[in-house]
Design a binder for this molecule. Sequence first.
Ligand code: SF4
Length: 362
Amino acid sequence: MTINLLDFDLAGLTRYFAENLGEKPFRARQVMRWIHQAGEQDFAAMTDLAKSLREKLAATAAIMPPRILAEHRSADGTVKWLMDTGSANAVETVFIPETDRGTLCVSSQVGCALACTFCSTGRQGFNRNLTVAEIIGQLWLANRALRGVGLGERPVTNVVLMGMGEPLTNFDNVVTALSIMLDDHGYGLSRRRVTVSTSGIVPAMDRLRKTCPVALAVSLHAPNDALRDELVPINRKYPLRELMAACQRYLVQAPRDFITFEYVMLDGVNDTPAHARELIALTREVSCKFNLIPFNPFPDSGYRRSTPEAMRRFREILLEAGHVVTTRKTRGDDIAAACGQLAGRVQDKSRRSLRLATGAHP
Ligand code: SF4
């Protein structure tokens, strides 16, 4: 069986080299740099390795990222890739260039089992977790695809695990991929430049805090349990009081001194001045920033985007209370790459689509 070296972080690669190839740890570090820093896929081109090692590697291992099925470059510089994950499934990865950084939005699962009602991914159901190679392979491929387009040698400066899936329900693979992103022999990104976005899996937030405390974003979307139970069903398991306490605990180890709360703006559902005031009260013990996301409608979503006036009013109330508020630009709208729009292609194994269609509970 051919071993996919993209599945290993440095610790795993070192172990594989020692146990299977009889090679020293510094060889693993060299190969790690070839793979992730040089973007090299061909062992023969790894010229500072002994020829015998190159031959051993070629006979037993390979560097196998997912296959790119489609690439779409939008007028504002946003790039979206559809990546093949086999069995008629595909996930999406999006690159968003800004003046001072390039952010890659990475998927962690094929679909998502959590069924947030406003989310296009959640509507498609869940198929499986992505492997480490499929998660890190998105970054590997994006860096390769973006080189030579005037963005320098490392076009991706920031990574957000905010694509398809709930990263913290694919914990081990996500943490291994994070460790490659942070490793000096990998992508060398600082913990501040890597963000995990969760819908609020409280025990996994605590595990992340202890094992790999990168920046954290929480998909909040509602200021009270009754509404959040409806919009983000995992709230029934981990209600807001527990979630806010987990955020406070996370801040002790977090690389930034705030948590980002994501809040999708749904017309007439969660966007009134009363909701804004409730949100201020809910988060008063948590150092935070708010990211307001204009909802991007998709077929049969049942929701509408908040009006510009409602968004402005909501934002003002948060600002007046002294909060930092950003409003996400709906960049890449023309290629459906804004938040909650990552559709991919999911063969639902949880039969959620069917339950939704028949009105059964997710
Ligand atoms: S918003 Fe996130 S957690 Fe909720 S269904 Fe969509 S991908 Fe899953």
